[in-house]
Design a protein around this ligand. Structure first.
Ligand code: ZN
Length: 466
């Protein structure tokens, strides 16, 4: 048995690990490499293995850095099944078709730029198109959580709840037979224990081999107190001033977590008559997907659902799909909450809402997610004034606020608690899915605290399974 790390090795994106068992080849994730030009180029390079020779893919969750190169894998010859949970299958539909759409737009933009300079643009193609992304959907084989599935010659697959986003799974593979039987666990991305909507990551028995993520392997999140309470204060203050509360949020995950918390506030009678717009077609689709897949919900959300109360539906919630509906939000001068994408304000309808509200002293712009360097979100968050949007300058008169702590990733303490709960030491642990420093620091912590045998694999590094 052999394991080779073809992505998310000493970096966060591009999750892709090849497991070879008795001549069979299983790919764990096939994610897009994200961030920066050099990484962008790497997505186009040939896979370091033959896609035709892969027997199956096991997908931990639908995020693009885990699923984003699947259409390319299929385009280049992979014909096997893609095992994923039901909700991951649905969310992959939404996220991959969107990724294909973005790839097409990027290619068109590049062609225009080259043609304007009088250069040859005939070589420019989209990494894959929306149509190519949709074409892989029949290869998905949805698998319920906690249900064993036999994979030909490889062994048994079981998905456990990871709590990171809807459908996110910890992958467990039981390989071989009898005395030779070995259990391999791939954590995927682990969620937080305090999600309002999703369950905490499942506790597993100690496996022989473990691949563990380390996004926050070297730090704990700042303690931010009760998130619902902080959200309430921000909403109440803004509505009292008669302004709009604009929240840039990722369409999948963050938007639904916000809605679940606002739902609690509305039902507790603390936000009477509030109008909450979800203004993003993708966020609306994702919210529907959440509504039909309660299997990954937290106990609290489940109890609510069983009592006949949908955790993501409340009076005053308005979903705006069309561009006309979106425009009408800004024509209406009454106070409201607007949740819109993209989460870092780099594209999408959020830019229009910022344009209309930045110079309004009654308004609040509330950041609930990480804002990367160089994004419009980061610029606004760091206090720059005035702000340029669509070529026009806007003075910043709105309050700019941030609530940390809405993360979908376990922090250092939560990762260590999860490892401790295995109740033993795997024969071998590999630390993946973290920037080099975070991965190495986390590896060191596992060694000193648990006397664990740990490797922090480099890109392309192979290990025979001991
Ligand atoms: Zn993820």
């Amino acid at each position: 048995m052999q394991l080779t790390f073809h992505g998310a090795a000493r970096e966060v994106t591009g999750s892709c690990h090849l497991l070879e068992v008795d001549g069979a080849r299983v790919l764990l994730d096939c994610g897009m490499i994200q961030g920066g030009r050099e990484r962008h180029v790497r997505n186009r390079e040939p896979f370091p293995f033959d896609p035709k020779g892969i027997d199956c893919v096991v997908l931990s969750h639908a995020h693009i850095d885990h699923a984003g190169r699947l259409p390319l894998l299929v385009k280049r010859g992979f014909e096997g099944p893609i095992y994923a949970t039901d909700a991951t299958t649905s969310l992959s539909h939404i996220l991959l078709s969107d990724a294909g759409h973005i790839q097409e737009e990027d290619a068109q933009w590049k062609i225009k730029r080259l043609e304007r300079k009088g250069e040859d643009a005939s070589w420019v193609t989209a990494l894959y198109t929306e149509e190519e992304a949709l074409a892989i959907l029949p290869q998905f084989v949805p698998v319920a959580f906690d249900t064993p599935v036999e994979l030909d010659t490889i062994g048994t697959l079981r998905f456990h709840k990871a709590g990171h986003i809807l459908g996110a799974a910890i992958v467990e593979l039981t390989l071989g037979h009898g005395d030779q039987r070995r259990r391999l666990v791939f954590s995927g991305d682990l969620g937080v224990s305090g999600s309002r909507l999703l369950s905490a990551p499942a506790t597993l028995a100690c496996p022989d081999y473990l691949l563990i993520e380390s996004t926050y392997g070297d730090r704990d999140r700042d303690e931010t107190g009760d998130l619902t309470e902080r959200l309430f204060q921000s909403i109440e203050k803004t509505l009292d001033r008669g302004g709009k509360l604009v929240i840039p949020a990722f369409a999948v995950g963050r938007t639904q977590e916000l809605l679940a918390r606002i739902n609690d506030l509305v039902e507790a009678g603390r936000l009477n008559g509030v109008t909450v717009y979800v203004d993003s077609p993708m966020a609306i689709e994702a919210t529907r997907t959440f509504a039909i897949h309660p299997e990954g919900y937290s106990e609290q959300a489940r109890a609510k659902l069983h009592a006949g109360d949908a955790p993501l539906a409340f009076e005053g919630l308005t979903l705006t799909r069309s561009v006309e509906q979106s425009r009408a939000i800004n024509e209406d001068r009454s106070p409201a909450v607007i949740i819109s994408a993209s989460g870092m304000c780099t594209a999408g309808r959020i830019k229009h809402h910022l344009k209309h509200n930045l110079d309004d002293p009654r308004a609040t712009i509330l950041f609930v997610g990480y804002q990367a360097h160089g994004t419009l979100g980061r610029v606004i968050q760091s206090g720059v004034d005035p702000i340029r949007i669509f070529g026009e300058w806007y003075p910043v008169k709105a309050s700019i606020e941030t609530i940390d702590g809405f993360s979908a990733h376990a922090d250092r303490s939560e990762l260590l608690d999860w490892f401790a709960a295995l109740g033993g030491r795997p024969r071998q642990t590999w630390v993946v899915h973290g920037e080099e420093e975070a991965a190495k620091t986390f590896g060191d912590t596992l060694r000193t605290r648990f006397d664990a045998t740990v490797a922090v694999p480099s890109l392309g590094e192979s290990f025979a399974l001991p």
